[in-house]
Design a protein around this ligand. Structure first.
Ligand code: COA
Length: 153
């Protein structure tokens, strides 16, 4: 039930539960270290990492960013047993509200091509597919752990 959900900013004590949620929701990949992703996010400014709490349990998340031109959404996750009850919509509504608050004109997000559930979700909440090709260039390989980096460089 969405109304029982409390959405709040992430705190350091949430880290283990948040990474566990991302693993459960299959959002982690070998080339992304989730702990590093959290720490990088917290070192940024004007950005938000939000968690959804139900009965003191962390069951949802969304990472929101604003680069001065577009708002960005990452790590949107709802625990499988709480899906399709409006929690994802609620989190995206909070993300949108925060972005509107900084006068962000548009939200962008990327969905893996095979993630049909997420595509259906975003379409259901009013997003449309842009006619663009997404490019990326990796600047850090998180699959190489920090302690290995020291001996390599
Ligand atoms: C995508 C996700 C966050 C949706 O969360 P949710 O809480 O289940 O979504 P909601 O209940 O708020 O659904 C909102 C709307 O999307 C629709 N929707 C949600 N999941 C859907 C699915 N799998 N198939 C079709 N429609 C879906 C709902 O029917 C609802 O539409 P309605 O309001 O018209 O009835 C959740 O499925 C999830 O965590 N998935 C795994 C992680 C992931 O892929 N994240 C996105 C990365 S880009």
């Amino acid at each position: 039930m969405p109304h029982a959900i409390k959405i709040r900013d992430f705190t350091a004590r949430d880290e283990v539960a948040l990474i566990s949620l991302w693993n459960t929701c299959e959002l982690t990949r070998p080339w992304n270290d989730p702990a590093l992703d959290i720490h990088r996010k917290l070192s940024g400014q004007r950005d938000w990492l939000l968690v959804g709490m139900l009965d003191q349990k962390l069951i949802a998340s969304v990472m929101v960013g604003y680069d001065g031109h577009r708002g960005w959404i990452n790590y949107l996750a709802v625990h499988p047993i709480h899906r399709e009850s409006g929690i994802g919509r609620l989190l995206m509504s909070e993300a949108e509200s925060r972005l509107r608050g900084v006068r962000c004109p548009k939200i962008n997000l990327q969905v893996r091509r095979d993630n049909r559930e997420a595509t259906a979700f975003y379409e259901a909440i009013g997003f449309t597919q842009d006619d663009v090709v997404s490019f990326g260039k990796r600047l850090a390989d998180d699959s190489i752990k920090e302690n290995e980096r020291g001996s390599q460089s």
